[in-house]
Design a binder for this molecule. Structure first.
Ligand code: CO
Length: 211
């Protein structure tokens, strides 16, 4: 059996198990999804959004990319955000990073990862630059990476707040709240590190007054 065939077999087992517990499980989900949460997480295979939060299909709308970045020219991310906020009407957007993130580690090095990854990781180097004073003072390499992971999540929450998508929803419907979390690979626990309630003011340079 090829490795991918095992996935298909396990899928059959999983679907059968779900129906055994609740014969109506797939019928219900097929008609409607009304998740309360948008999750923006890292692509890392060790951080599965549903599993670590004990949620079921239908409960979390998920977008994942390398190092959970919110980039204002990323059509993929912005499409997900637009749909989640304006159609699914999510109440919370969670940016969840994780300690031990390869993207964060790579961004701290001076290695050339070739054009596309360099472009992506540049955004994390920018986060470092914004918080250079604090980060330069941390001597232990792992502690420095961990703090950058937290600050990266914080900056991505700010990046969400800078979008007209979020600002418009805040103004019209006082939602969603924004959350910055970091997951620990070593203990499986999520640490909330930053929060921005709907309607929070940010640097006025980024605030639209004609939404
Ligand atoms: Co990662």
């Amino acid at each position: 059996m090829h490795s991918y065939e095992k996935l298909l077999q396990e899928n059959k087992n999983w679907a059968a198990g779900k129906i055994k517990n609740d014969p109506d499980f797939f019928n219900q989900l097929a008609h409607l999804q009304s998740p309360e949460f948008l999750w923006i997480g890292c692509s890392d295979s060790r951080v599965p959004a549903n599993e670590i939060t004990g949620t079921q299909p239908g409960e979390i709308f998920v977008h994942r990319n390398v190092a959970n970045l919110v980039i204002n020219t990323d059509v993929n991310l912005l499409s997900v955000l637009d749909f989640a906020v304006n159609h699914l009407k999510v109440k919370h957007v969670i940016v969840c990073g994780h300690y031990g993130c390869g993207g964060i580690k790579a961004a701290i090095t001076k290695n050339d990862f070739k054009p596309v990854l360099n472009m992506w990781l540049r955004n994390i180097k920018d986060v470092y630059r914004i918080h250079r004073k604090e980060l330069d003072e941390i001597e232990d390499a792992e502690s420095k990476e961990n703090r950058l992971t937290e600050l990266n999540v914080q900056e991505q929450v700010f990046n969400l707040a800078k979008t007209s998508i979020i600002q418009k929803a805040w103004k019209a419907e006082q939602r969603p709240d924004l959350h910055g979390w970091v997951y620990g690979l070593k203990d499986g626990l999520i640490k909330p590190v930053f929060e921005m309630k709907a309607g929070t003011h940010i640097d006025e340079l980024y605030e639209y007054d004609d939404l």
